[in-house]
Design a protein around this ligand. Structure first.
Ligand code: GLV
Length: 311
């Protein structure tokens, strides 16, 4: 059996595939995936119907090494009977911690202050140098209260005494009571929250969920944090909103057209930008690799893979 792996992959996990006797082929060119029974993919791979067909009808599984599966045409995979797996749970902590880091980073100007020091601009203590915003007692609005949104809320609630409001397509009243969180419509959340943190998957219904109209509604003192998927935020509208002072700042780990950034974004002082690294901890990435390999081995052995995405 042949397994195609589309990027360099931790050797110890890749070795598990060869030890099974699979012919493992590495490379970024999907032409080399022709004849593969399994492909191990990443969020940067666009797996559409054409690619599935070019690989051939023997393709059984697409093991995506990510929790999001928006890079794959799920409907085409279902039509062809190809299994899709992802890596839930193991990156929840890493992403939630990064959302916290980004929030603190933008609220306290950490990156700008660091650049200021390195540029030799520090001339001594000043009462108003890099004045930031405290989080304690403020309102955190979570858009998408799934595993990652829930954990992010918990860290802010326990660590910073923040009040939590959330919005989601489904309301979970039992959880609201247990976790002391309040459900709101998206519009009410945007009107109320001091920090808005996005944790929804990218779907046709979530593309540009936050755009020009939403920035009009948000508080001028608020921060937007996005560690989910770039296209959920209209990035051009965000640049305009930041320039016009519609919101105070934005911390982004994901972008609409990675690796490209919207014109003007890097010129703004009130943004904090990281290169899609929210799940980049040794712990999370190691577990994601192991999970993806397990899923592929299960599917190729005729078992149901543990992290099957139901499409
Ligand atoms: C990362 O963005 C993931 O979806 O795993």
């Amino acid at each position: 059996m042949k397994v195609f792996v589309s990027k360099t992959f931790p050797a110890e996990h890749g070795a598990l595939l060869s030890q099974r006797g699979y012919d493992v082929e590495f490379g970024s060119d999907f032409a080399k995936a022709r004849g593969a029974d399994a492909i191990l993919t990443f969020l940067t791979d666009r797996i559409d119907k054409r690619i599935m067909e070019s690989i051939g009808p023997q393709l059984k599984i697409i093991g995506n090494c990510a929790v999001g599966t928006d890079n794959i045409d799920l409907a085409a995979a279902r039509e062809k009977g190809i299994l899709i797996t992802n890596t839930p749970n193991v990156l929840t902590e890493a992403v939630a911690e990064h959302a916290v880091a980004m929030t603190l980073g933008i609220a306290r100007h950490v990156a700008q202050a660091d650049a200021f020091m390195r540029q030799g601009k520090y001339r001594g203590w000043e009462m108003d140098l890099f004045m930031g915003t405290e989080l304690r007692g403020k309102m955190l609005g979570i858009i998408g209260h799934g595993r990652i949104g829930c954990r992010t809320a918990e860290i802010f609630q326990k660590g910073f005494d923040m009040n939590i409001v959330y919005t989601d397509t489904v309301r979970n009243e039992a959880q609201e009571e247990k976790c002391h969180i309040t459900f709101m419509s998206l519009l009410d959340l945007l009107k109320t929250a001091d920090v808005v943190s996005i944790h929804v998957p990218l779907l046709p219904t979530t593309r540009h969920l936050v755009g020009q109209n939403e920035f009009q509604i948000m508080k001028e003192t608020s921060f937007l944090v996005n560690t989910s998927r770039g296209p959920i935020v209209d990035e051009k509208a965000l640049v305009e909103a930041l320039k016009a002072g519609k919101i105070k700042g934005a911390a982004l780990d994901v972008f609409e057209e990675e690796p490209r950034l919207a014109p003007g974004l890097t010129k703004l002082g009130n943004v904090l930008l990281t290169p899609h690294i929210a799940s980049a901890t040794k712990e999370a990435r190691g577990n994601m690799a192991a999970m993806t390999v397990n899923n592929i081995i299960a599917a190729l052995s005729g078992q149901t893979p543990p992290n099957l995405v139901h499409v």
